[in-house]
Design a protein around this ligand. Structure first.
Ligand SMILES: *[C@@H]1O[C@H](CO)[C@@H](O)[C@H](O)[C@H]1NC(C)=O
Length: 173
């Protein structure tokens, strides 16, 4: 009886060792990377999707919804940077300020409407919110194409990221 119990305990112990061994973690990490690759392949910008997700350590443990959320948060961070750039440019030039006012409003809408919609809403709302971001940034891209960096770069990045986010979240519909 004692032998039976201890062999059972031994099996449990070995099982625990196997579960905790580095190779298991590697397999898990590989599985997660495969998920990221599969998800990113379905988006309109594979390279941007992959670099965005791989640069966030939370991606390795995230499911599809979690990956979508990570890209939404990246859209938020880049939009905040975009708004700060617009404020700075507006202060430096009154002419530019008038030209920037529409784009400024777009970024306000992104940060106050579209991103919260994507963060809090069900997947359908999140997809709509991210598509909304892509739509409103299109005008900013057109209006400031010739302008010195960083605004044109940020406009394009926010636009492309929002379409990646919409594509990832649409897997949940
Ligand atoms: C990872 O997730 C945690 C918990 O949700 C969050 O607080 C943290 O900011 C995330 N890290 C990054 C780099 O996004």
């Amino acid at each position: 009886m004692l032998l039976k119990i201890s062999s059972k305990a031994l099996v449990k112990f070995i099982l625990l060792l196997v579960l905790l061994s580095p190779s298991t973690f590697q397999t898990e990490a590989k599985h997660e990377t495969n998920l990221i690759i599969a998800i990113c392949k379905k988006t309109p910008n594979y390279a941007l999707c992959l670099s965005t997700l791989k640069s966030n350590p939370n991606s390795s443990r995230a499911d599809v919804a979690g990956l979508g959320y990570i890209v939404v948060e990246t859209v938020k961070a880049k939009s905040t940077a975009g708004l700060q750039t617009i404020v700075k440019l507006s202060r430096s030039s009154p002419v530019l300020k008038r030209k920037l006012s529409e784009c400024w409003q777009k970024y306000d809408a992104i940060l106050n409407d579209f991103v919260p919609e994507a963060e809090q809403g069900p997947p359908k709302f999140a997809v709509d919110g991210m598509k909304g971001v892509a739509e409103v940034t299109t005008d900013c891209i057109k209006d400031f194409q010739g302008l010195e960096a960083p605004l044109p770069t940020i406009n394009q990045l926010v636009h492309d990221l929002s379409l990646v986010a919409a594509s990832i979240i649409s897997n949940l519909l």
